[in-house]
Every structure is written in C-alpha cells, then in structure tokens.
Design a protein around this ligand. Structure first.
Ligand code: C5P
Length: 338
C-alpha cells in the first residue's frame, strides 16, 4: 500500500492590499505571500479499489494546539478531500481507481489567516498528480487549485510570491534573504468572509479601482525592493495588511497582540491574512528565538519561524512500503532558519 508523507507549510502575508469588492463577491487583491516553517503533516495511503473512496481524518497534537479552534472537517467537508475529488474528476478515468486515505496531523491553527487548509489541499493535489505519473499539467493543477480557494494556487509553488486578482494569480518572487519572524498563534478563529464584510462595512479602500491599482503597484515595488535588499528595517516599514483593522475590530485581542510584538522589539508587526494570527519581524533568528517565549498576549502563543524564498519541493512518490524510509513529499523538510 503506497504511503506518501507530506509537509504542508503555513504562510504569512507580508503585505495584503485589498481593493474594491468585485461583482463576483471577491475583493481585488495585491498580496505578497511567504511560506513559513510551521507545517501540517499529511500521510496519504492509497490502495487499489473498485470504486473511488476518499477519506480525510485529522488529529491535533496534544500540546500547543489552540483550544477554541473549530473541529477539523473530515472527508469531503475538508478542503483536502475536495482536492482529491477534483483531481479524480479532472483525470477522468486516466488513473487507476483507488481508496485514498488522508490523515492530517494539524499544527497550523484553523481559520487563523495562515492558509493551513489551502496548503493541505495543494499538497494533496500535487502529491496525487505526482503519484499517478503527472496526468495533469502544471496549468491544470493551478486551475483546480483556484477552484478550491484563492490561496491554494500559491501553495503549489510556495516560497515568496505575489498574488493578484482574488489572490489566485501567482507570480513567484526571486531568491532573497530569509526573514526571522515571531508568530502569534491565536487560540481563537476568525471567519475570512466575516473579516472581508467588516472591511466593506468600514468603507473599503475608498478609492477607484484604477487609483487603487496604481497605489498598490507603488507599495508593492517598495516591499519588493526592500525584500531583495535584505534590509530588515525597510522590509519592516513596508509590512502592511488592509484587513488588520477589520480583524482587530471583530476581536479585541488582535490589536494588543500586535502591540506586544512591537513593544518586545519587533521591527514591524501586523496581522496575517484575515487574522487573527499576528507576526513580527525580528533582527535575527537568535532574536526571534529569544523573543518568542518571553511574549504574552491574551489569546496568543508566540513561536519563532522563518520565511524563506525556497519553493515547495516537488513531491515524489514514496516507496510502496507503508511509512517506509525515504517516504517524502511536498515540502518534505521545514525551511531552514535564515
Ligand atoms: O477563496 P476563498 O474560498 O479562500 O475565500 C473565502 C472567502 O473570503 C470568500 O468567500 C470571500 O468572502 C472572501 N474573499 C474575498 N476576496 C478575496 C478572497 C477571499 O472577499 N480576494
């Protein structure tokens, strides 16, 4: 029974510039995403069958996982199960019928702005495609990913990238220095649609789409230059999240957690995605490691993590020995510290 072991990384948004709501209900975005060294572990087991059967189950580590987090959806309620289903439909009889079991060991908090569910889905898509001999092109995989969610295409690539459109149009950024981060992992969830609704209620971007696009390209260029230079003070100055105030207005814990990061010496700090995860930029990896355990804020646990430009590793089919040595996959090792 082939078993494929995968690591699916979380992301932060180094910047998230949110434009007007579009006719399809999504918001126009320009965002810089970066995978970080916090991962869910996935194990895919495949066995021959007469009918397709896709099962997804999840478990959380005993310690350190958010207490108020919602239950992990199972089977096709889980985005990873939807990813497997879409893959089977798209391959349309070109791959052998199988039972697919996906076990997710969850380390990335759910509904936290870290993209955990999206990353799990991308890892399943990439691993199944690799396992069955790449029946789908990179382009087809990316369009399946976009159907699953705006962040899913990014996780097929990983590393550091710009997302445009509703986030699904991904352009990788080149190599650049890694970033030492302190991440505030929340013990409570925030629903993404609710945060975007709050953004609209608070007046949205207050400019025309044309003006917004011009402004955001300037802001993006500043961040890109700062990232390429490795000057952490400039990177810190260019961190921005247009959903931060909306998230903070929905949960009173968010603002103080950002302030705690700044007070502890972070060079810059903001919210990731639609929150409630917060993160700060440290001056060095040693500083991030030293700062994280000293930080406290109601509803948060702080950990050090790195954000590097290394892309997600191409998954490889594991040996047909269950859990066998050498089993590897999508991003098989955490990113190295910068
Ligand atoms: O694409 P995804 O399913 O992850 O989006 C979840 C929700 O977040 C959407 O239904 C929408 O309410 C909101 N969203 C948005 N604009 C985006 C991305 C997401 O309004 N660009």
């Amino acid at each position: 029974m082939p078993t494929i072991e995968l690591l699916a990384p979380a992301k932060v948004n180094l910047s998230l510039l949110v434009g007007p709501r579009r006719p399809d209900g999504y918001h126009e975005l320009v965002t810089v995403l970066n995978t970080i060294s916090i991962n869910d572990r996935l194990r895919l087991s495949l066995r021959p069958a007469t009918d397709w059967r896709i099962r997804v189950s999840g478990r959380r580590p005993v310690d350190g996982y958010p207490t108020e987090a919602p239950a992990l959806p199972s089977d096709t309620d889980n985005l990873a199960g939807q990813a497997a289903t879409l893959f089977v439909e798209a391959t349309n009889g070109r791959v052998p019928v199988s039972e697919v079991d996906v076990e997710i060991e969850k380390h990335i908090p759910v509904a936290a702005g870290l993209g955990g569910g999206s990353s799990n889905a991308a890892a399943v898509l990439a691993a199944l495609n690799e396992h069955f001999g790449r029946p789908l092109t990179t382009g087809s995989l990316a369009s399946l990913a976009a159907r699953l969610g705006s962040d899913v295409p990014f996780f097929l690539v990983g590393g550091r990238a710009v997302g445009r459109g509703r986030g699904e149009l991904v352009a990788p950024l080149g190599e650049g220095p890694g970033l030492p981060l302190v991440i505030g992992l929340p013990s409570f969830p925030l629903a993404t649609p609710e945060v975007y609704r709050q953004f609209d209620r608070r007046g949205g971007p207050r400019t025309s789409l044309r003006q917004w696009l011009a402004d955001t390209e300037d802001a993006l260029a500043l961040l890109q230059d700062a990232l390429a230079s490795g000057d952490l003070a400039r990177v810190a100055g260019a961190l921005r999240n247009d959903l931060a105030e909306s998230a903070a207005s929905l949960r009173p814990e968010v603002g103080p957690a950002v302030q705690a990061l700044l007070a502890a010496g972070s060079r810059g700090a903001t919210v990731s995605g639609s929150g409630p995860t917060v993160f700060g930029l440290a001056s060095s990896w040693e500083e991030a490691l030293g700062m994280a355990p000293r930080l406290t804020a109601r509803g948060y646990r702080f950990v050090a993590a790195s954000a590097t430009t290394a892309s997600v590793a191409t998954p490889v089919t594991a040996p047909a020995v269950p859990g066998g040595a050498g089993a590897s996959g999508h991003a098989t090792k955490p990113h190295d510290a910068p």
